[in-house]
Design a protein around this ligand. Structure first.
Ligand code: APR
Ligand code: PHB
Length: 401
């Protein structure tokens, strides 16, 4: 939104947060002629630079294309038909299309998704205000909820017919729902991820998930010349304790399997420690206030579900708003939470399963390690177990919203 435009004082749908959820929702509503405004507390460069996930399910790709934001994704995204599991001296590839009737996933970084959505919204609308921090959401139980926000050094308000909190786990919207209405279900994990970006070509053309006695490792990618890699580390680990050589050496050990090649090394350009937690807020709406994406649920990154759940929520919500505009009925809005929670809990379970099966909890017994390996061998040996894995990884749930 250019500085010359007057700030909006009211809108049909007020959206808090310009992450993937808020930006994709705004595109989908705008495409249906539904008036909305996005308020983002940080500046554009922050929103575009946050290193996050890199795997898109087909439904998320379809939504981005439908929103008009699929052009660069179609040029630069990389379709993947499988992943490799490494464990107990084995290496097993899970093939998605043959196990799911054709599903696959796409490698395209969340940073790029956000850049594409922001560029489109600044060019075509709806209004997107950066450095506009929502400080309150009031009136959820009325037909005129109001977002109070700070922008340009002044306290301002945006009157809405509906408010959607896309403001992440620490956002203000969820906290604006009256006490006692929401229930929270959560779990934390006894380990974290050390995530790195490296100017080094991925040595594998698909993702490798490795279970090892020294801990989990994941080899992913961002492009033919940039690798994205992760190591399980203890909670609270200082990234500075990990030199480039130490990182590459540890990745080589954990990713090794019979006949595997050592990683091609290169300068590490980003390094950070990510904690792991699961959390779900129920219900995902109250009155005229809705929660979508990380504002409603958090998953450990192992299953690559965070971005895809955010996209799934807003596809449902945009369809419900369109139904309201078309028919005057709020039935789909009323069903939003129940509709989304089925997919949310499926993704929560799969993310929990991937995390607890592939990571080595420092306190786990040898018996529990054998249980992990038995499960991984089962996926490698049984097409039925592999199909269950592939359907969850690709989000292939025919008939589900
Ligand atoms: N006012 C305005 N904006 C806010 C406020 C606020 N009070 N609080 C938070 N925000 C903004 C944040 O700055 C961020 O840009 O809301 C946005 C939330 O974006 P995400 O955290 O990316 O959440 P979401 O859009 O749901 O996307 C989920 O992002 O964090 C990853 O792993 C997560 O892949 C998942 C995806
Ligand atoms: C990533 O590329 O960042 C990525 C890929 C797969 C995951 C998690 C993260 O399961």
């Amino acid at each position: 939104m250019d500085t010359a435009s007057p700030l909006p004082r009211r809108t049909r749908v007020g959206i808090v947060g310009a992450g993937p959820a808020g930006l994709l929702l705004a595109r989908l509503l705008h495409g249906r002629g539904i008036d909305c405004v996005v308020l983002e507390s940080r500046d554009r460069s922050y929103a575009e630079q946050r290193q996050r996930a890199g795997i898109l399910e087909q439904s998320a790709v379809d939504a981005l294309r439908a929103s008009g934001a699929g052009a660069r994704l179609d040029r630069e995204g990389i379709a993947h038909d499988g992943i490799e599991l490494r464990f107990d001296g084995r290496s097993h590839r899970v093939d998605f299309p043959s196990l799911t009737g054709g599903s696959r996933v796409w490698v395209y970084a969340q940073t790029e998704v956000v850049k594409d959505l922001i560029a489109l919204q600044l060019a075509e609308g709806p209004p997107l205000l950066f450095e506009a921090e929502a400080v309150s959401v009031s009136g959820a139980d009325t037909d005129r909820p109001v977002i109070g926000y700070r922008h340009g050094g002044a306290e301002r308000s945006l009157e809405c017919d509906y408010v959607v909190g896309c403001d992440g786990f620490h956002g203000v919207t969820r906290r604006s729902v009256p006490e006692g209405v929401l229930r929270s279900y959560s779990r934390t994990y006894p380990y974290s991820w050390l995530g790195i970006l490296a100017d080094a070509p991925p040595v594998y053309d698909e993702l490798i998930y490795a279970h090892s006695p020294r801990g989990f490792a994941l080899a992913s990618m961002r492009s033919p010349s940039v690798s994205r890699l992760y190591l399980q580390v203890p909670n609270g680990e200082d990234p500075a304790a990990w030199s480039d050589d130490r990182i590459w050496d540890e990745l080589d050990v954990r990713l090794a399997s019979a006949g595997s090649r050592k990683l091609e090394r290169g300068p590490i350009t980003a390094k950070s420690v990510l904690p792991m937690r699961s959390q779900v807020t129920e219900p995902m709406s109250h009155g005229r206030v809705f929660l979508a994406g990380d504002a409603a649920h958090i998953v450990p990154p192992t299953g690559a579900k965070g971005l895809n759940l955010a996209a799934a929520d807003v596809v449902v919500l945009a369809g419900a708003f369109a139904h309201l505009e078309r028919t005057g009925s709020s039935e789909l809005l009323d069903a939003y939470s129940e509709t989304c929670l089925r997919r949310v809990w499926r993704a929560e379970h799969f993310s929990y399963f991937m995390t607890t099966t592939l990571h080595t909890d420092p306190a786990q017994s040898a018996f529990e390690t054998r249980l992990q390996l038995a499960q991984l061998h089962r996926i490698a040996d049984s097409p039925h177990a592999a199909a269950e894995f592939a359907e969850n990884y690709t989000g292939h749930f025919p008939g589900w919203a």
